[in-house]
Design a protein around this ligand. Structure first.
Ligand SMILES: O=C(C[C@@H]1CCCCN1)Cn1cnc2cc(Cl)c(F)cc2c1=O
Ligand SMILES: [Mg+2]
Length: 568
Protein backbone atom coordinates (compact mmCIF):
# COMPACT_ATOMS: atom_id res chain seq x y z
CA UNK A 1 0.00 0.00 0.00
CA UNK A 2 1.19 3.53 -0.75
CA UNK A 3 0.29 6.51 1.44
CA UNK A 4 -0.47 8.55 -1.70
CA UNK A 5 -3.36 6.12 -2.42
CA UNK A 6 -4.35 5.42 1.20
CA UNK A 7 -6.71 7.15 3.69
CA UNK A 8 -5.07 7.83 7.04
CA UNK A 9 -6.05 11.36 8.12
CA UNK A 10 -3.67 11.94 11.05
CA UNK A 11 -4.14 14.91 13.36
CA UNK A 12 -1.78 16.94 15.53
CA UNK A 13 -4.47 17.91 18.03
CA UNK A 14 -7.83 16.51 19.16
CA UNK A 15 -10.72 18.09 21.01
CA UNK A 16 -10.61 18.02 24.81
CA UNK A 17 -13.58 15.66 25.03
CA UNK A 18 -11.12 12.88 24.19
CA UNK A 19 -10.07 12.24 27.77
CA UNK A 20 -8.17 8.97 27.56
CA UNK A 21 -4.94 8.36 25.68
CA UNK A 22 -6.50 5.60 23.57
CA UNK A 23 -9.35 7.87 22.51
CA UNK A 24 -6.90 10.68 21.63
CA UNK A 25 -4.55 8.39 19.72
CA UNK A 26 -7.32 6.60 17.81
CA UNK A 27 -8.50 9.99 16.56
CA UNK A 28 -5.02 11.44 15.96
CA UNK A 29 -3.68 8.33 14.20
CA UNK A 30 -6.73 8.23 11.93
CA UNK A 31 -8.15 4.94 13.22
CA UNK A 32 -11.67 6.22 13.93
CA UNK A 33 -13.88 9.23 13.44
CA UNK A 34 -16.90 10.07 15.57
CA UNK A 35 -20.23 9.81 13.70
CA UNK A 36 -22.40 10.80 16.66
CA UNK A 37 -22.23 10.40 20.46
CA UNK A 38 -21.02 6.85 21.09
CA UNK A 39 -21.07 5.97 17.36
CA UNK A 40 -17.84 5.64 15.36
CA UNK A 41 -16.57 5.01 11.85
CA UNK A 42 -13.52 2.72 11.66
CA UNK A 43 -11.09 4.08 9.08
CA UNK A 44 -8.66 1.79 7.20
CA UNK A 45 -5.98 1.63 9.93
CA UNK A 46 -8.54 0.98 12.67
CA UNK A 47 -10.45 -1.52 10.58
CA UNK A 48 -7.28 -3.46 9.74
CA UNK A 49 -6.34 -3.90 13.40
CA UNK A 50 -9.93 -4.77 14.28
CA UNK A 51 -9.75 -7.64 11.77
CA UNK A 52 -6.49 -8.87 13.30
CA UNK A 53 -8.07 -8.96 16.77
CA UNK A 54 -11.19 -10.68 15.42
CA UNK A 55 -9.03 -13.33 13.77
CA UNK A 56 -7.19 -14.06 17.03
CA UNK A 57 -10.60 -14.41 18.73
CA UNK A 58 -11.93 -16.59 15.91
CA UNK A 59 -8.87 -18.90 15.93
CA UNK A 60 -8.96 -19.43 19.69
CA UNK A 61 -12.74 -19.89 19.81
CA UNK A 62 -12.52 -22.51 17.05
CA UNK A 63 -9.59 -24.15 18.85
CA UNK A 64 -11.92 -24.56 21.84
CA UNK A 65 -14.47 -26.34 19.60
CA UNK A 66 -16.93 -23.46 19.26
CA UNK A 67 -18.69 -23.00 15.90
CA UNK A 68 -19.21 -19.59 14.30
CA UNK A 69 -22.55 -18.28 13.06
CA UNK A 70 -23.88 -14.80 12.40
CA UNK A 71 -27.23 -13.90 13.97
CA UNK A 72 -29.33 -10.84 13.25
CA UNK A 73 -28.71 -7.45 14.85
CA UNK A 74 -32.45 -6.77 14.33
CA UNK A 75 -34.41 -8.75 16.91
CA UNK A 76 -38.17 -9.30 17.05
CA UNK A 77 -39.78 -8.28 20.34
CA UNK A 78 -41.69 -11.58 20.76
CA UNK A 79 -38.56 -13.43 21.93
CA UNK A 80 -37.79 -10.73 24.49
CA UNK A 81 -41.37 -10.83 25.67
CA UNK A 82 -41.14 -14.60 26.04
CA UNK A 83 -38.05 -14.16 28.25
CA UNK A 84 -39.81 -11.32 30.10
CA UNK A 85 -36.88 -9.06 29.30
CA UNK A 86 -38.72 -6.76 26.90
CA UNK A 87 -39.93 -4.64 29.82
CA UNK A 88 -36.93 -5.31 32.06
CA UNK A 89 -34.72 -3.05 29.98
CA UNK A 90 -35.73 0.55 29.48
CA UNK A 91 -34.02 3.38 27.70
CA UNK A 92 -30.85 1.38 27.18
CA UNK A 93 -32.55 -0.77 24.54
CA UNK A 94 -32.83 0.69 21.02
CA UNK A 95 -36.39 -0.09 19.96
CA UNK A 96 -38.01 0.42 16.56
CA UNK A 97 -40.99 -0.71 14.52
CA UNK A 98 -41.19 -2.16 11.02
CA UNK A 99 -43.56 -0.90 8.34
CA UNK A 100 -46.35 -3.06 9.77
CA UNK A 101 -45.89 -1.51 13.21
CA UNK A 102 -44.32 -4.66 14.66
CA UNK A 103 -41.83 -4.13 17.54
CA UNK A 104 -38.12 -4.85 17.14
CA UNK A 105 -34.94 -3.96 18.97
CA UNK A 106 -31.35 -3.54 17.87
CA UNK A 107 -29.68 -6.42 19.70
CA UNK A 108 -27.81 -5.50 22.88
CA UNK A 109 -27.08 -9.20 23.42
CA UNK A 110 -28.33 -12.48 21.98
CA UNK A 111 -29.39 -14.94 24.72
CA UNK A 112 -32.95 -15.08 23.35
CA UNK A 113 -31.88 -15.39 19.71
CA UNK A 114 -29.41 -18.24 20.31
CA UNK A 115 -31.75 -20.08 22.67
CA UNK A 116 -34.56 -19.81 20.10
CA UNK A 117 -32.25 -21.11 17.37
CA UNK A 118 -31.29 -24.11 19.49
CA UNK A 119 -34.79 -24.98 20.71
CA UNK A 120 -35.90 -25.16 17.07
CA UNK A 121 -33.01 -27.32 15.91
CA UNK A 122 -31.70 -29.48 18.76
CA UNK A 123 -33.78 -32.14 20.53
CA UNK A 124 -31.51 -34.93 21.74
CA UNK A 125 -28.67 -35.31 24.26
CA UNK A 126 -26.69 -36.86 21.43
CA UNK A 127 -26.48 -33.43 19.76
CA UNK A 128 -24.96 -31.78 22.84
CA UNK A 129 -22.69 -30.13 23.93
CA UNK A 130 -22.73 -27.30 21.46
CA UNK A 131 -21.01 -23.91 21.68
CA UNK A 132 -22.04 -21.34 19.06
CA UNK A 133 -20.41 -17.94 18.70
CA UNK A 134 -20.62 -14.84 16.54
CA UNK A 135 -18.72 -11.61 16.00
CA UNK A 136 -21.52 -9.11 15.68
CA UNK A 137 -22.39 -5.46 16.25
CA UNK A 138 -24.29 -4.74 19.45
CA UNK A 139 -26.41 -1.73 20.36
CA UNK A 140 -26.88 -0.30 23.85
CA UNK A 141 -28.12 3.25 24.35
CA UNK A 142 -25.62 4.16 27.07
CA UNK A 143 -26.65 7.14 29.18
CA UNK A 144 -23.09 8.52 29.09
CA UNK A 145 -21.00 7.19 26.21
CA UNK A 146 -17.36 8.08 26.98
CA UNK A 147 -13.69 7.24 26.36
CA UNK A 148 -14.22 6.76 22.65
CA UNK A 149 -15.01 3.16 21.74
CA UNK A 150 -14.46 1.98 25.33
CA UNK A 151 -18.04 2.89 26.18
CA UNK A 152 -19.89 3.39 22.89
CA UNK A 153 -23.52 2.87 21.90
CA UNK A 154 -22.63 0.60 19.00
CA UNK A 155 -19.78 -1.88 19.44
CA UNK A 156 -18.49 -5.17 18.11
CA UNK A 157 -18.79 -8.11 20.48
CA UNK A 158 -17.82 -11.74 20.18
CA UNK A 159 -20.61 -13.49 22.03
CA UNK A 160 -20.87 -17.23 22.51
CA UNK A 161 -23.54 -19.44 24.04
CA UNK A 162 -22.87 -22.99 25.20
CA UNK A 163 -25.56 -25.67 25.56
CA UNK A 164 -24.93 -28.74 27.74
CA UNK A 165 -26.97 -31.63 29.16
CA UNK A 166 -26.09 -30.83 32.76
CA UNK A 167 -24.11 -28.76 35.25
CA UNK A 168 -21.03 -30.91 34.80
CA UNK A 169 -21.12 -30.30 31.06
CA UNK A 170 -21.51 -26.56 31.62
CA UNK A 171 -18.47 -26.57 33.90
CA UNK A 172 -16.42 -28.17 31.13
CA UNK A 173 -17.66 -25.65 28.52
CA UNK A 174 -17.00 -22.80 30.92
CA UNK A 175 -13.48 -24.07 31.61
CA UNK A 176 -12.80 -24.30 27.85
CA UNK A 177 -13.95 -20.70 27.39
CA UNK A 178 -11.86 -19.55 30.37
CA UNK A 179 -8.75 -21.05 28.78
CA UNK A 180 -9.62 -19.70 25.31
CA UNK A 181 -10.03 -16.19 26.78
CA UNK A 182 -6.61 -16.42 28.43
CA UNK A 183 -5.07 -17.46 25.10
CA UNK A 184 -6.84 -14.57 23.32
CA UNK A 185 -5.76 -11.84 25.75
CA UNK A 186 -2.24 -13.28 26.00
CA UNK A 187 -1.96 -13.11 22.21
CA UNK A 188 -3.17 -9.50 22.38
CA UNK A 189 -0.23 -8.76 24.68
CA UNK A 190 -2.60 -7.45 27.33
CA UNK A 191 -1.79 -7.27 31.04
CA UNK A 192 -5.07 -8.40 32.60
CA UNK A 193 -6.58 -9.90 35.74
CA UNK A 194 -9.39 -12.48 35.78
CA UNK A 195 -11.77 -11.58 38.58
CA UNK A 196 -14.81 -13.18 40.17
CA UNK A 197 -17.69 -10.97 39.08
CA UNK A 198 -21.30 -10.30 39.84
CA UNK A 199 -23.73 -11.84 37.37
CA UNK A 200 -25.92 -8.73 37.38
CA UNK A 201 -29.53 -9.37 36.44
CA UNK A 202 -28.61 -11.69 33.57
CA UNK A 203 -29.09 -14.44 36.11
CA UNK A 204 -26.90 -17.49 36.44
CA UNK A 205 -24.72 -18.76 39.23
CA UNK A 206 -21.25 -17.31 38.73
CA UNK A 207 -19.18 -15.28 36.33
CA UNK A 208 -15.65 -14.05 35.71
CA UNK A 209 -14.54 -10.80 34.13
CA UNK A 210 -11.28 -10.28 32.24
CA UNK A 211 -9.99 -6.90 33.35
CA UNK A 212 -7.27 -4.97 31.52
CA UNK A 213 -5.34 -3.09 34.19
CA UNK A 214 -5.64 0.64 33.45
CA UNK A 215 -6.19 3.73 35.56
CA UNK A 216 -8.93 4.84 33.15
CA UNK A 217 -10.82 1.61 33.79
CA UNK A 218 -14.34 2.18 35.10
CA UNK A 219 -14.24 -1.00 37.18
CA UNK A 220 -12.41 -1.46 40.46
CA UNK A 221 -10.85 -4.78 41.22
CA UNK A 222 -9.59 -6.16 44.49
CA UNK A 223 -6.85 -8.80 44.49
CA UNK A 224 -4.46 -10.60 46.80
CA UNK A 225 -0.84 -10.87 45.67
CA UNK A 226 -0.25 -13.74 48.09
CA UNK A 227 -2.95 -16.25 47.15
CA UNK A 228 -4.24 -14.91 43.83
CA UNK A 229 -7.79 -14.15 45.04
CA UNK A 230 -9.23 -11.49 42.76
CA UNK A 231 -12.74 -10.09 42.40
CA UNK A 232 -14.61 -7.09 41.04
CA UNK A 233 -15.25 -4.75 43.98
CA UNK A 234 -18.97 -5.31 43.31
CA UNK A 235 -18.46 -8.81 44.66
CA UNK A 236 -15.11 -8.78 46.49
CA UNK A 237 -15.13 -9.90 50.13
CA UNK A 238 -12.64 -9.11 52.88
CA UNK A 239 -12.24 -10.29 56.47
CA UNK A 240 -14.51 -8.27 58.78
CA UNK A 241 -12.60 -6.22 61.30
CA UNK A 242 -13.24 -7.08 64.95
CA UNK A 243 -13.17 -3.92 67.03
CA UNK A 244 -11.70 -4.41 70.48
CA UNK A 245 -14.55 -4.40 73.01
CA UNK A 246 -14.39 -1.69 75.60
CA UNK A 247 -16.24 -1.51 78.93
CA UNK A 248 -19.63 0.07 78.24
CA UNK A 249 -19.64 3.81 78.97
CA UNK A 250 -22.64 6.01 79.75
CA UNK A 251 -24.20 7.40 76.58
CA UNK A 252 -24.38 11.20 76.32
CA UNK A 253 -25.91 13.67 73.88
CA UNK A 254 -23.35 16.19 72.59
CA UNK A 255 -23.83 19.49 70.78
CA UNK A 256 -22.26 19.22 67.32
CA UNK A 257 -23.27 22.50 65.67
CA UNK A 258 -23.53 22.05 61.88
CA UNK A 259 -21.16 19.04 61.99
CA UNK A 260 -22.70 16.83 59.30
CA UNK A 261 -20.02 14.75 57.63
CA UNK A 262 -18.23 11.75 59.09
CA UNK A 263 -14.82 13.42 58.67
CA UNK A 264 -15.90 16.67 60.35
CA UNK A 265 -17.49 14.71 63.20
CA UNK A 266 -14.40 12.50 63.68
CA UNK A 267 -12.26 15.65 63.81
CA UNK A 268 -14.68 17.52 66.10
CA UNK A 269 -14.77 14.62 68.58
CA UNK A 270 -11.09 13.67 67.93
CA UNK A 271 -12.02 10.04 67.29
CA UNK A 272 -11.42 7.53 64.48
CA UNK A 273 -14.19 7.62 61.87
CA UNK A 274 -14.61 3.88 62.48
CA UNK A 275 -15.98 4.85 65.93
CA UNK A 276 -18.88 6.58 64.19
CA UNK A 277 -21.92 4.56 63.08
CA UNK A 278 -22.75 5.84 59.59
CA UNK A 279 -26.44 5.80 58.57
CA UNK A 280 -27.36 5.64 54.87
CA UNK A 281 -31.03 5.58 53.79
CA UNK A 282 -32.40 3.90 50.66
CA UNK A 283 -35.83 3.38 49.17
CA UNK A 284 -36.82 0.13 47.46
CA UNK A 285 -39.08 -0.44 44.44
CA UNK A 286 -42.12 -0.17 46.75
CA UNK A 287 -40.64 3.19 47.87
CA UNK A 288 -40.22 1.88 51.42
CA UNK A 289 -37.36 3.65 53.18
CA UNK A 290 -34.78 1.51 54.95
CA UNK A 291 -31.60 2.34 56.86
CA UNK A 292 -28.12 0.92 56.39
CA UNK A 293 -25.61 1.10 59.23
CA UNK A 294 -21.87 0.65 58.85
CA UNK A 295 -18.64 1.90 60.46
CA UNK A 296 -18.00 5.51 59.40
CA UNK A 297 -14.93 4.57 57.37
CA UNK A 298 -16.75 2.14 55.04
CA UNK A 299 -18.84 2.64 51.88
CA UNK A 300 -22.10 0.87 51.06
CA UNK A 301 -21.84 -1.75 48.28
CA UNK A 302 -25.26 -1.46 46.65
CA UNK A 303 -24.95 -4.72 44.69
CA UNK A 304 -24.28 -6.69 47.87
CA UNK A 305 -27.07 -4.76 49.62
CA UNK A 306 -29.62 -5.65 46.91
CA UNK A 307 -28.55 -9.31 46.94
CA UNK A 308 -28.76 -9.47 50.76
CA UNK A 309 -32.26 -7.96 50.80
CA UNK A 310 -33.37 -9.76 47.62
CA UNK A 311 -34.51 -6.56 45.93
CA UNK A 312 -33.88 -5.53 42.31
CA UNK A 313 -33.90 -1.75 42.51
CA UNK A 314 -32.77 0.64 45.24
CA UNK A 315 -32.24 4.39 45.23
CA UNK A 316 -30.63 6.67 47.76
CA UNK A 317 -33.44 8.21 49.84
CA UNK A 318 -34.22 11.88 49.26
CA UNK A 319 -33.95 14.49 52.01
CA UNK A 320 -37.75 14.42 52.37
CA UNK A 321 -37.79 10.64 52.79
CA UNK A 322 -35.02 10.87 55.39
CA UNK A 323 -36.92 13.63 57.21
CA UNK A 324 -40.09 11.55 57.20
CA UNK A 325 -38.43 8.69 59.12
CA UNK A 326 -36.03 10.66 61.34
CA UNK A 327 -37.94 13.92 61.76
CA UNK A 328 -34.57 15.56 61.18
CA UNK A 329 -32.56 16.74 58.20
CA UNK A 330 -29.64 14.59 56.99
CA UNK A 331 -26.28 14.74 58.77
CA UNK A 332 -27.63 13.90 62.21
CA UNK A 333 -29.37 10.59 61.43
CA UNK A 334 -29.08 7.63 63.74
CA UNK A 335 -30.93 4.42 64.70
CA UNK A 336 -32.14 5.65 68.12
CA UNK A 337 -35.69 6.99 68.08
CA UNK A 338 -36.49 6.57 64.39
CA UNK A 339 -39.81 5.37 63.05
CA UNK A 340 -40.26 1.80 64.35
CA UNK A 341 -41.16 0.21 61.02
CA UNK A 342 -38.01 1.49 59.34
CA UNK A 343 -36.10 -1.66 58.36
CA UNK A 344 -32.51 -1.58 59.62
CA UNK A 345 -29.73 -3.51 57.87
CA UNK A 346 -26.24 -3.36 59.36
CA UNK A 347 -22.86 -4.47 58.09
CA UNK A 348 -21.28 -7.41 59.95
CA UNK A 349 -18.54 -5.14 61.30
CA UNK A 350 -21.15 -3.25 63.35
CA UNK A 351 -21.53 -6.37 65.55
CA UNK A 352 -18.28 -5.71 67.40
CA UNK A 353 -18.57 -1.92 67.71
CA UNK A 354 -18.85 -0.52 71.26
CA UNK A 355 -19.20 3.01 72.66
CA UNK A 356 -19.75 4.46 69.20
CA UNK A 357 -21.23 7.75 67.97
CA UNK A 358 -24.62 8.03 66.24
CA UNK A 359 -26.69 10.92 64.95
CA UNK A 360 -29.27 12.05 67.53
CA UNK A 361 -31.97 12.61 64.90
CA UNK A 362 -31.92 16.16 66.21
CA UNK A 363 -30.28 18.98 64.28
CA UNK A 364 -26.76 19.81 65.56
CA UNK A 365 -26.70 16.85 67.99
CA UNK A 366 -25.01 13.45 68.11
CA UNK A 367 -24.93 10.83 70.85
CA UNK A 368 -21.61 9.33 72.04
CA UNK A 369 -20.97 6.01 73.83
CA UNK A 370 -23.91 4.28 72.18
CA UNK A 371 -24.07 0.47 72.20
CA UNK A 372 -26.01 -2.18 70.29
CA UNK A 373 -28.60 -2.69 73.04
CA UNK A 374 -29.99 0.79 72.30
CA UNK A 375 -31.66 -0.22 69.00
CA UNK A 376 -32.77 -3.23 67.01
CA UNK A 377 -31.02 -4.32 63.79
CA UNK A 378 -33.31 -6.40 61.52
CA UNK A 379 -30.55 -8.06 59.52
CA UNK A 380 -26.75 -8.16 59.54
CA UNK A 381 -24.74 -8.89 56.38
CA UNK A 382 -21.78 -7.92 54.22
CA UNK A 383 -22.92 -4.62 52.66
CA UNK A 384 -19.60 -2.82 52.40
CA UNK A 385 -16.97 -2.45 49.69
CA UNK A 386 -13.80 -4.43 50.29
CA UNK A 387 -10.84 -2.04 50.21
CA UNK A 388 -7.09 -2.00 49.66
CA UNK A 389 -5.43 -2.93 52.97
CA UNK A 390 -8.25 -5.18 54.13
CA UNK A 391 -7.35 -8.78 54.99
CA UNK A 392 -7.85 -11.35 52.25
CA UNK A 393 -10.86 -13.57 52.81
CA UNK A 394 -8.87 -16.57 51.50
CA UNK A 395 -5.43 -16.21 53.10
CA UNK A 396 -5.54 -13.23 55.47
CA UNK A 397 -2.83 -11.21 53.72
CA UNK A 398 -3.28 -7.60 52.66
CA UNK A 399 -5.55 -6.91 49.66
CA UNK A 400 -4.57 -4.57 46.81
CA UNK A 401 -6.83 -2.73 44.40
CA UNK A 402 -6.57 -1.33 40.88
CA UNK A 403 -8.79 -0.01 38.11
CA UNK A 404 -9.68 -2.20 35.14
CA UNK A 405 -11.28 -2.09 31.73
CA UNK A 406 -13.62 -5.08 31.31
CA UNK A 407 -12.76 -6.71 27.95
CA UNK A 408 -14.36 -10.09 28.60
CA UNK A 409 -17.11 -11.50 30.77
CA UNK A 410 -18.11 -15.17 31.00
CA UNK A 411 -21.21 -16.49 32.79
CA UNK A 412 -22.58 -19.79 34.01
CA UNK A 413 -26.17 -19.10 33.02
CA UNK A 414 -27.75 -22.40 34.05
CA UNK A 415 -31.31 -23.05 32.85
CA UNK A 416 -32.83 -19.56 33.13
CA UNK A 417 -33.26 -19.05 29.37
CA UNK A 418 -33.78 -22.69 28.41
CA UNK A 419 -36.65 -22.90 30.89
CA UNK A 420 -38.17 -19.58 29.86
CA UNK A 421 -37.95 -20.46 26.16
CA UNK A 422 -38.38 -24.24 26.59
CA UNK A 423 -35.09 -25.17 24.99
CA UNK A 424 -35.17 -28.81 26.05
CA UNK A 425 -33.58 -32.08 24.93
CA UNK A 426 -34.57 -35.73 25.40
CA UNK A 427 -32.10 -37.46 27.75
CA UNK A 428 -30.96 -41.11 27.56
CA UNK A 429 -34.23 -42.20 29.19
CA UNK A 430 -36.33 -40.17 26.77
CA UNK A 431 -37.12 -37.62 29.46
CA UNK A 432 -37.38 -33.93 28.51
CA UNK A 433 -34.70 -31.81 30.21
CA UNK A 434 -33.80 -28.11 29.98
CA UNK A 435 -30.40 -27.43 28.44
CA UNK A 436 -27.77 -25.97 30.76
CA UNK A 437 -26.28 -22.81 29.29
CA UNK A 438 -23.28 -20.55 29.54
CA UNK A 439 -22.67 -17.25 27.76
CA UNK A 440 -19.36 -15.60 26.99
CA UNK A 441 -18.61 -12.08 25.71
CA UNK A 442 -15.55 -10.21 24.49
CA UNK A 443 -15.67 -6.52 23.61
CA UNK A 444 -13.68 -6.54 20.35
CA UNK A 445 -13.66 -2.76 19.79
CA UNK A 446 -13.02 -2.18 23.50
CA UNK A 447 -10.08 -4.64 23.34
CA UNK A 448 -8.55 -2.57 20.53
CA UNK A 449 -8.72 0.56 22.71
CA UNK A 450 -7.38 -1.34 25.73
CA UNK A 451 -4.34 -2.51 23.72
CA UNK A 452 -3.58 1.14 22.91
CA UNK A 453 -4.11 2.15 26.55
CA UNK A 454 -1.33 -0.27 27.48
CA UNK A 455 0.92 0.23 24.45
CA UNK A 456 1.76 3.86 23.73
CA UNK A 457 4.48 6.46 24.29
CA UNK A 458 5.00 10.19 23.68
CA UNK A 459 5.20 9.58 19.90
CA UNK A 460 1.93 7.64 19.66
CA UNK A 461 0.80 4.01 19.44
CA UNK A 462 3.30 1.17 20.03
CA UNK A 463 1.46 -1.81 18.52
CA UNK A 464 2.55 -5.29 19.52
CA UNK A 465 4.29 -6.39 16.28
CA UNK A 466 1.67 -8.88 15.11
CA UNK A 467 -1.22 -6.44 15.64
CA UNK A 468 0.21 -3.41 13.83
CA UNK A 469 -1.77 -2.27 10.75
CA UNK A 470 1.42 -2.63 8.67
CA UNK A 471 4.59 -4.57 9.51
CA UNK A 472 7.03 -2.20 7.76
CA UNK A 473 7.02 1.38 6.45
CA UNK A 474 9.47 2.19 3.61
CA UNK A 475 10.35 5.88 3.74
CA UNK A 476 12.42 7.63 1.04
CA UNK A 477 13.92 10.68 2.71
CA UNK A 478 13.29 12.77 -0.41
CA UNK A 479 10.68 11.50 -2.89
CA UNK A 480 12.01 14.02 -5.45
CA UNK A 481 15.42 12.28 -5.44
CA UNK A 482 14.98 9.80 -8.28
CA UNK A 483 17.59 7.35 -6.95
CA UNK A 484 15.93 7.26 -3.52
CA UNK A 485 12.42 7.02 -4.97
CA UNK A 486 13.38 4.18 -7.32
CA UNK A 487 15.17 2.18 -4.66
CA UNK A 488 12.30 2.71 -2.18
CA UNK A 489 9.88 1.40 -4.81
CA UNK A 490 12.11 -1.64 -5.44
CA UNK A 491 12.42 -2.44 -1.71
CA UNK A 492 8.64 -2.01 -1.41
CA UNK A 493 8.08 -4.53 -4.26
CA UNK A 494 10.57 -7.00 -2.74
CA UNK A 495 8.87 -6.86 0.65
CA UNK A 496 5.42 -7.33 -0.91
CA UNK A 497 6.71 -10.31 -2.92
CA UNK A 498 7.86 -11.77 0.41
CA UNK A 499 4.36 -11.39 1.91
CA UNK A 500 5.42 -8.56 4.20
CA UNK A 501 2.59 -6.11 4.91
CA UNK A 502 4.35 -2.90 3.84
CA UNK A 503 3.36 0.76 3.53
CA UNK A 504 5.39 2.93 1.15
CA UNK A 505 5.35 6.52 2.35
CA UNK A 506 5.57 8.23 -1.05
CA UNK A 507 4.20 11.58 0.13
CA UNK A 508 6.06 14.70 -0.94
CA UNK A 509 6.63 15.75 2.69
CA UNK A 510 9.66 16.59 4.85
CA UNK A 511 11.08 13.34 6.27
CA UNK A 512 10.46 14.54 9.84
CA UNK A 513 6.75 14.83 9.16
CA UNK A 514 6.72 11.34 7.65
CA UNK A 515 8.57 9.88 10.65
CA UNK A 516 6.14 11.55 13.04
CA UNK A 517 3.10 10.12 11.25
CA UNK A 518 4.53 6.63 10.94
CA UNK A 519 5.44 6.63 14.65
CA UNK A 520 2.03 8.02 15.57
CA UNK A 521 0.23 5.14 13.82
CA UNK A 522 2.70 2.78 15.44
CA UNK A 523 4.31 0.82 12.59
CA UNK A 524 6.97 -1.28 14.35
CA UNK A 525 9.75 -0.94 11.73
CA UNK A 526 10.79 1.90 9.37
CA UNK A 527 13.19 1.34 6.45
CA UNK A 528 14.70 4.73 5.63
CA UNK A 529 16.08 5.18 2.10
CA UNK A 530 18.47 8.13 2.23
CA UNK A 531 22.08 9.20 1.60
CA UNK A 532 23.49 5.84 2.76
CA UNK A 533 22.37 4.20 -0.48
CA UNK A 534 25.62 5.47 -2.01
CA UNK A 535 27.26 2.87 0.26
CA UNK A 536 24.57 0.30 -0.60
CA UNK A 537 22.89 0.66 2.76
CA UNK A 538 19.53 1.67 4.28
CA UNK A 539 18.63 2.50 7.85
CA UNK A 540 16.27 0.34 9.93
CA UNK A 541 14.55 2.25 12.76
CA UNK A 542 12.64 0.22 15.36
CA UNK A 543 9.52 1.84 16.87
CA UNK A 544 9.88 0.27 20.31
CA UNK A 545 13.26 1.00 21.82
CA UNK A 546 13.93 3.48 19.01
CA UNK A 547 17.22 1.77 18.07
CA UNK A 548 18.48 2.18 14.50
CA UNK A 549 20.61 -0.16 12.42
CA UNK A 550 22.42 0.21 9.06
CA UNK A 551 21.93 -2.84 6.83
CA UNK A 552 23.06 -3.71 3.30
CA UNK A 553 20.28 -3.49 0.77
CA UNK A 554 20.61 -7.17 -0.11
CA UNK A 555 20.03 -8.12 3.56
CA UNK A 556 16.76 -6.22 4.06
CA UNK A 557 14.35 -9.13 3.54
CA UNK A 558 16.28 -11.36 5.96
CA UNK A 559 16.47 -8.57 8.55
CA UNK A 560 12.72 -7.94 8.38
CA UNK A 561 11.88 -11.64 8.51
CA UNK A 562 14.10 -12.19 11.52
CA UNK A 563 12.55 -9.16 13.28
CA UNK A 564 9.10 -10.67 12.76
CA UNK A 565 10.08 -14.22 13.57
CA UNK A 566 11.28 -13.14 17.03
CA UNK A 567 8.50 -13.50 19.61
CA UNK A 568 6.74 -10.20 20.25
O1 LIG B 1 -25.20 -9.13 27.89
C1 LIG B 1 -25.23 -9.51 29.00
C2 LIG B 1 -24.70 -10.83 29.44
C3 LIG B 1 -23.88 -11.53 28.40
C4 LIG B 1 -22.56 -10.84 28.17
C5 LIG B 1 -21.72 -11.72 27.28
C6 LIG B 1 -22.40 -12.09 26.00
C7 LIG B 1 -23.82 -12.56 26.22
N1 LIG B 1 -24.55 -11.69 27.14
C8 LIG B 1 -25.85 -8.69 30.11
N2 LIG B 1 -26.55 -7.54 29.52
C9 LIG B 1 -25.93 -6.33 29.52
N3 LIG B 1 -26.51 -5.25 29.02
C10 LIG B 1 -27.78 -5.33 28.45
C11 LIG B 1 -28.39 -4.19 27.91
C12 LIG B 1 -29.64 -4.30 27.35
CL1 LIG B 1 -30.39 -2.93 26.65
C13 LIG B 1 -30.31 -5.53 27.31
F1 LIG B 1 -31.52 -5.60 26.76
C14 LIG B 1 -29.71 -6.66 27.84
C15 LIG B 1 -28.45 -6.57 28.43
C16 LIG B 1 -27.79 -7.73 28.99
O2 LIG B 1 -28.30 -8.86 29.00
MG1 LIG C 1 -19.97 -7.38 32.01
Amino acid sequence: MKTSKYFMPTLREVSSDAETISHQLMLRAGLIRKQAAGIYTYLPLGFKVLKKIENIVREEMERSGAVEILASALQNAELWQESHRWYEYGAEMFRLQDRHGRDFCLGPTHEEIFTDLIRNNISSYRQLPLNLFQIQTKYRDEKRPRFGVIRSREFIMKDAYSFDVDEEGLNKSYEEMYKAYRRIFDRCNLKYQVVEADTGNIGGSSSHEFMVISEVGEDSLIFCDSCGYSANVEKAQAVDREFESQTIKKKEKVHTPNIKTIDDLAQFLSIESSKILKAVFYTDEKSRTFMCLLPGDREVNEIKLKKLLGIKEINLASEEEIYRVTKCKPGFSGPIGIDKEVFIVADNEVKTMTNFVVGANEEDYHIINVNLNEFNVNIYGDIKNAEEGDSCIKCGNKLSSSKGIEVGHIFKLGTKYSKLLKATYLDKNGKEQPMVMGCYGIGITRTLAAIIEQNNDEDGICWPKHLAPFEVAVIPVNIKDEEQADLAQKIYEDLKNNNIDVLLDDRDERVGVKFKDIDLIGIPLKIVVGKKISEGQVELKFRIGKETKLVNIEDIIEEVKSFYSLTC
